[in-house]
Design a protein around this ligand. Sequence first.
Ligand code: ADP
Ligand code: MG
Length: 625
Amino acid sequence: MSIINILSPHVADLIAAGEVVERPASVVKELCENALDAGAKNVTVEIRGGGTALVRVRDDGCGMSPEDAGVAFLRHATSKLRDERDLEAIATMGFRGEALAAISAVSKVRLTTKQRGAESGTLVTLEAGEITDMQPFGCPDGTTMEVRELFYNTPARQKFLKSDRAETAACQAAALRCALAHPEVSFRFIRDGEEQFFSPGDGRQDSCLYALLGRALAADMLSCVGEREGAAVSGYVSSPSAGRGSRAMQFFFCNGRAIRSQLLQAALEQAYKNTLLTGRFPACVLYLTLPYGSVDVNVHPAKTEVKFTDERKVFDTVYYAVLSALAGEERAKAPSAELPDSIRPREGFYQSMSAEDFRAKNAAAPARSSGASKPPSGSWRPTGLRAPDPSWQERLDLKSRNVSSFEPKSPAAQGPTVPAGSRIVEKAVQNVEKPRLPDHKILGEAMKTYILVERGEDLILIDKHAAHERMIFDRLKAQDRAVMAQSLLVPVTLRPDAADAELLERNAALLSSLGFEIEPYGEADFVVRALPADIDAADVSGAIEEICEKLRRGGAPKAEEARDEILHTVACKAAIKAGWDNAPEELERLVEAVLSGAVKYCPHGRPVSAVLTKKELDKLFRRIV
Ligand code: ADP
Ligand code: MG
């Protein structure tokens, strides 16, 4: 015989919690949405231990009265919906009044909140959904919600959690989506005490994109705007030559909400038909604005799925906007990107483009043809449109390139032919007068290792690898945090051992600030998506192994030391090697650098040159005694 039980509110909450709170990232999302609904201008999200130990979201929004703070955790307690008519046109992120009830049912919560202008704030603590303490409390305007020990009372749920690393990544992604969705709100995300990203909150899509997704991605984006019959779309899509290996960089927002939509994905990808290599996916950050009544968000508890009343219209709006972005037609109409200098690109992202470059590119980039998916040369693709300005080139000073891309001005000026596979050192600033060095003559090379130079009464031997290594090292160091990165067209997968994996994770921010985009992939693998431009794709795993080795040896070196160690490796890998054939102009550049005194020791402290004086030679041959 079956007996119908009415579930106790607590059990009902636990069941509902399963729908709303699947994992720590759901807590991040719900709390961020509440902060947005509260009208916050600044939101700080902090997590520890993959979000299970702590999720803390602080906002400077409207705050809650003591009465509201008490009932906010009750199921179906919401200030955002009064009756079914409001359901027709939902303008807020939340509306079900479920999130706080669900979250507090499976964790320990501490809420402090104060309404603007109120004399005092309120503190509420809860365990497993029960209020354990509530009292007046001094705190700043706004709300801080702390969720600790998520799922502590539901061990079964804990088992479904992935590794801390995976949960952390999901939390960060959830916060990132909220931040991207709201360029008008400044978001800060802190993971285990370290800031991971910060958006300026200046209301601009371009600065938001730049700050959150990094220079490299921003550099490859085209502005995209379109409108039809009340549906509007704006944002950025990747240029066809910058296809990605997955859809991870496709962000769609509808009326301020991050959404997943097969329809929008199809509209986007359809527009790239025949311009993207198969197996590559466009990246996008697209903001769709629709009348509130023509989109239903009440489809799924997490509200990430939406239903459009007029699917055709939405599809066409996106499809044609993307098409014309690719055709370059909309570039003139693109919002001019005057980024304030205060904007920092996402810390920990490789930085191949300055704010200035990004600004310049968005303001006046030439139209690109829609069919322009250039065949990749090798596995490298340069990031972005970096129109070389003199200062940029001067800074570069010396840059090795594959010889195939080197085109001498005229056949006559070609000089001795450069054997294929060798590298040349580009004369970066050909038209700039260089100070003349005391006359010297390059006699040649010994053992493809030492350059022989005669100067006055001296015979100078230069270790070409060591000298070049030093030059690159100095340049990288001078670039500060702006190491130029190149995305790998074909990401490289690595399987480091557990200790190295841990090192890579722990130093991820440092590595990416130096141009290494390395992400965990699956349980044990890592994918390398970008490298400092100086390193050859073929050297990826060697370079990373070496870096791990150094990081390990150094124990826990200071950030600056660790940074230098990594730059050593980059410089070493990037430098010309003993045994290589080098063009005369390459050798000339190295010799000039050494003779000018700019280069004395390799980064490891070995000398780069040795001098034999005429006197010493004369002695050697007993010309003198
Ligand atoms: P919903 O967001 O669907 O209304 P929640 O359970 O997420 O439901 O929140 C319940 C109520 O608590 C909200 O309607 C709002 O009144 C209040 N609240 C929650 N978070 C905040 C916040 N950060 N600032 C101000 N009020 C909040
Ligand atoms: Mg909510």
